[in-house]
Each structure stands twice: as C-alpha cells, then as structure tokens.
Design a protein around this ligand. Structure first.
Ligand code: MRU
Length: 347
C-alpha cells in the first residue's frame, strides 16, 4: 500500500496524484482484496482464485461500497469463466446473488456478459471497468469540489472513498478534491452503525492523507447542524432511480431530513453506473436486510440481551425532493427530477 505523508493542499486540483489506498488488486488469475473487516488496525490482504471466494467476500463485506463491488464482481467473473472454466451463467448468478441493493454489481456483471457474448477479452473488460471507475471518480471530485465553499465543515456518512471504489472515491472523492484544491475544509465523519464504515474506514482514509476531521456518533449530526457546525452534507449512493430517489447506507435519509430543516445543502455523489434506468421510484429499490446479529454484536462483542431481536436494514431511500444536487461524471443535476435524469442518461 502506498502511503505518502505530508501532501499539503496546493490551491489547485492536482491531476496526477497516485492512489493512496486500494481495496483490491488484480494479478492475472488472482484477485487480492484488502480485508475491510480488519481495518483500521490491520492491513490484511486475502488472495482469491475462485469466483465463489469472491462471492463470499462481497456477501460478508470483506469488500464493500457500490463501485468496488462492481469491479470485484467483474474480476470474479473473469476468475470463474476464464480461469476456472465454469459455466458463465452459473458464475453470473453466484456473483449476482450476493448483495441486492447496489446496482453497480448487476451493471458490471451485465457488462461482462455482454463482452463475453461479443467475443471480447473479458479480462480486459474487467480492467477497463476498474480504470474507468477511477477516472470517473476524479471527474466527480473536480465537479463536486467546486460546490464546496472555502473553509466548509462537511459532514459525510459511511465510506465512499478509495476503499469503496477503484480509487479516490465518490463523496469522499469530492472531499479529497476539495482538500487538495486548497479549500481548507474540515470533515465530520458519522461512525455509521452497525458496521462502522465511517469510524473504521473513512477515518482511516482521512488519517492517511492528513485531512482534518472528527469522528461523531450518528446521533450527534442533528445537534451539530442546529449549532451551525455543518455547512454541507455529502454522501454516496447505491442506487438512484429515474426520479432521483437515492438508496444509500442506512441513516442517510435522517441526515437529508435534518439538512432540509436546517437549510444545509445535501449532495449525493455517484457515477452513472449507480443509476437504475429500470426503476422510477425509490420504493421499488430492493433494500438489503442483514443479520440481526450484526446489530446485537459489535465486532465480536455482545452489546444486547440474547433474548432481544433486532432489525438490520442496510440501506434507506432519500426522496429526490430532499437532495440539493446529484454530482456525476457527466455533470451536476440540481434539484433532481425525472426529466433531468432522463436527459442525463440520454433516455
Ligand atoms: O454496506 P456498504 O458498506 O457496501 O454500503 C456502502 C454505501 O452505502 C456507500 O455510501 C455507497 O456504496 C457509495 S460508495 C462510493
């Protein structure tokens, strides 16, 4: 892992920064994945040579974040079809049936199937998905940074950084670009119960790059807004419908409602691959329900009575009306609605 210290803001957007953090690395016939369950205390890499191992890694959140899941699934497809010689449909289904909400997973697998049908090299296709995602994030970062005022205190939720993508990040990519652009920003990091992607992953990425930040419990966000301590909120997305409703990590909707009440801009940063042109409304998005045990336990430590049941919804849906703008590589959609999104997607 590359760790470059003391990179200070230069007052301009830097085009050629090396990637600080990688969630995964492809070697011919082998996918190396940074085990995100061990972060921030251990940088533990796993090596996969079979598509079923990749499916396990996605399901168990060893690797997570919508664009990263798409990239890793594409490499899983290459392992299964090209290196294991398995039936493509079987490989496709195994990888597809891992997590239901992030549409990037299905988008990437469909793209791999298309490449196979057209007789193209599927390994090159997976590499292209990864390379494009990094460039897309850089573009989202540049566009998004222009919306962030000098010296802003920006609040973010979950992890949308290099660990959640092929590098740089979506919402955290905007934060990175604003920081390296010399905006002098400060970041409030929601810890993001129950998986603690904010505390474990976003804070880890920000520490690595000396980006000023403070971690808060999720329930602190509203009070900070009331006290005038938040200038903008920026989050990622797992699926965006045609009318601009956004599925993202559970807790996003509460932030959006609070931001409306306090008149704080609420931005969503996501690539075009996160839009689902088949769905119009947010209530059509399948919401992942994970094990109650993930709420009742916190990394091996029991925190609730054995007898209590728990509800663990992985995502929620924020209606378009609460969103100030969606930042994509094709441009910024202010006050998103169906007409604007159809135009964005050339539909
Ligand atoms: O359950 P996770 O950790 O995969 O959820 C991740 C998120 O909700 C992110 O905000 C989203 O995938 C955007 S990542 C660039």
């Amino acid at each position: 892992m590359i760790f470059i210290k003391n990179r200070k803001p230069t007052g301009r957007i830097i085009k050629d920064l090396p990637m600080e953090v990688k969630a995964f690395r492809w070697l011919p016939g082998e996918l190396k994945v940074l085990n995100q369950l061990k972060l921030p205390h251990k940088e533990h890499w796993l090596s996969f040579k079979r598509h079923k191992e990749v499916a396990w890694a996605i399901r168990d959140m060893v690797v997570r974040g919508a664009p990263a899941i798409g990239c890793v699934a594409a490499y899983g497809f290459v392992l299964g079809v090209k290196y294991e010689g398995e039936d493509p449909q079987e490989v496709y289904e195994t990888l597809k049936n891992t997590r239901p909400t992030a549409v990037n997973l299905f988008w990437a697998l469909d793209r791999m199937m298309k490449a196979l049908r057209e007789g193209r090299d599927i390994e090159e296709e997976a590499k292209a998905i990864e390379a494009e995602d990094y460039q897309i994030n850089r573009r989202i970062g540049e566009l998004g940074a222009s919306l962030i005022p000098e010296g802003a205190k920006v609040l973010t939720h979950c992890n949308t950084g290099a660990l959640a993508t092929a590098g740089w990040g979506t919402a955290l990519g905007v934060i990175r670009s604003a920081h390296y652009g010399g905006k002098g920003i400060f970041v409030w990091v929601d810890e993001t119960r129950p998986y603690l992607q904010g505390a474990r992953l976003t804070a880890w990425e920000l520490v690595k790059e000396d980006i000023p930040h403070k971690l808060i419990t999720d329930n602190t966000a509203g009070f900070l807004m009331q006290r005038g301590e938040v200038d903008a909120i920026i989050v990622g997305a797992d699926r965006i419908t045609l009318r601009g409703d956004v599925a993202n990590k559970i807790g996003t909707y509460s932030l959006a409602v609070l931001s409306k009440h306090h008149g704080i801009p609420f931005y969503v940063a996501a690539p075009i691959s996160t839009f689902d042109p088949k769905l119009v409304r947010g209530d059509e998005i399948p919401i992942e329900e994970r094990s109650a045990e993930e709420v009742k336990n916190c990394f091996g430590c029991k925190i609730a009575p054995e007898e209590s049941d728990a509800l663990h919804l992985g995502f929620d849906v924020t209606p378009a009306e609460l969103i100030t703008a969606i930042i994509t590589e094709r441009g910024v959609v202010e006050n998103p609605n169906e007409e604007k999104i159809r135009k964005l997607l050339n539909l």
